[in-house]
Design a protein around this ligand. Structure first.
Ligand code: ATP
Ligand code: FE
Length: 374
């Protein structure tokens, strides 16, 4: 089975060809970091017109890179949601046009399901259901229990800002430079880990206060990042031009607080899942753009080793996709469509009148389609 995937939910235009034997034959992603830096974030109309230009280029490039032609392709997959309406429409129309014109199967995919299922494509030893997924991206900060490939339960969500967005806002407050090839979050990470800062454990600067960090039961249900961002703002004197060293230090304190909060809440929730037991879970997957942050990966690994027991069946492996597949990409969209075609009884193709869903919870995957999984 060969599937052409198309992704256009936010600011990356991506196309990819993936086979059912877990091979990514090609992947072309064209990002809009320079446009975003002009507008201080994603501008919906600018993003839409960039997709207009870039989606055809990505499709053309990924066909060329794979050495395949459209006659080799069995199905066209696209991101149905969640995401920005105008952006989703561009990928949707490209996919529907190709499917209709060439008589291919059409599959509308949930973007966060695709982030969640990426390790099943990339890992030599993929996690087994049920497993936990920490989705950390520009639009989401959720801890999710994956019971099967199409059944998800959201255990923790954010009360306010999403972590990727908070990294971007912090990068602007800290006056970090922008780059046509790197997101502001990745730039902040490189400032936070660059010399001559001392090792993390010996860091002298006062930490930012971390919200909801008690064991009070009322504090348990959620993440919250707004307070971290406003205390960072209060720490930076107004109207000052920060030196390179200040930028590194502020990046460091911010990253320590944001990641510290995330890991604290995660630990609290995993320990509280005593009815499942750590050993009863097939692992912890981190996915979404912020999952490429190496400091976060280290901290999660450390937290897991603190809570897991010595017994072989009481271990919880950490799984994460390679950095290029943590951020938005069409390979994960094609792969999710392959899993659906292979495993969903009675599923053949989505209809042409299937609407996009800019807002769409992972808990409501198939609430509006006729062929529901059994
Ligand atoms: P969603 O997947 O929720 O729809 P999105 O598609 O915009 O949101 P992704 O592409 O998955 O998000 O992730 C992009 C986000 O990840 C951006 O906010 C970016 O700044 C952040 N990011 C990327 N690399 C890093 C990093 N190394 N450290 C922190 N944040 C990062
Ligand atoms: Fe994403």
């Amino acid at each position: 089975l060969l599937v052409l995937g198309i992704e256009s939910s936010a600011d990356d235009s991506s196309a990819s060809i993936v086979s059912s034997n877990r091979q990514i034959l090609s992947l072309v992603t064209i990002s809009q970091h320079s446009e975003n830096s002009l507008y201080g974030g994603i501008h919906p109309l600018v993003a839409q017109s960039s997709h207009n230009k870039n989606i055809p280029l990505a499709i053309e490039g990924c066909l060329r890179q794979s050495g395949k032609s459209m006659s080799d392709i069995d199905a066209i997959a696209y991101t149905r949601g969640p995401g920005m309406r105008g952006c989703l429409t561009i990928g949707e129309m490209a996919a529907k046009g190709l499917a209709a014109g060439l008589g291919k199967r059409l599959v509308g995919v949930h973007h966060m399901q695709a982030h969640a299922l990426t390790p099943l494509l990339t890992e030599p030893n993929p996690p087994k259901f049920p497993f936990l997924i920490l989705l950390v991206s520009g639009g989401h900060t959720q801890l999710v229990l994956a019971e099967s490939q199409d059944k998800f339960k959201i255990l923790l969500d954010t009360l306010d800002s999403k972590i990727g967005d908070v990294f971007e806002k912090a990068a602007r407050q800290i006056q970090l430079p922008t780059s046509p090839t790197k997101s502001p979050g990745a730039i902040l990470e490189s400032y936070a880990s660059s010399s001559p800062l001392p090792p993390y454990d010996l860091y002298p600067l006062a930490p930012l206060p971390i919200p909801l960090s008690t064991n009070d039961t009322r504090d348990k249900a959620a993440f919250s990042f707004a307070g971290i961002l406003s205390s960072l703002l209060r720490r930076i004197p107004p109207d000052t031009v920060l030196s390179e060293n200040d930028k590194k230090e502020y990046s460091r304190v911010f990253q320590v607080a944001a990641v510290g909060h995330l890991v604290f809440k995660l630990k609290q929730t995993i320990v509280g899942l005593s009815h499942v037991g750590v050993g009863g879970l097939g692992g912890l997957v981190i996915s979404g753009g912020v999952a490429s942050n190496l400091y976060l990966r280290q901290k999660l690994q450390k937290m897991l080793s603190e809570i897991q027991g010595e017994r072989e069946d009481d271990r919880m492996e950490l799984h994460y996709p390679p950095i290029s597949l943590c951020t938005d990409n069409a390979a994960m969209i094609a792969w999710t469509a392959i899993l659906r075609i292979q495993n969903e009884k009675g599923f053949i193709s989505d209809p042409y009148d299937l609407p996009i869903r800019p807002k769409w919870s992972l808990e409501d995957l198939y609430d509006d389609v006729e062929s529901k999984p059994q």
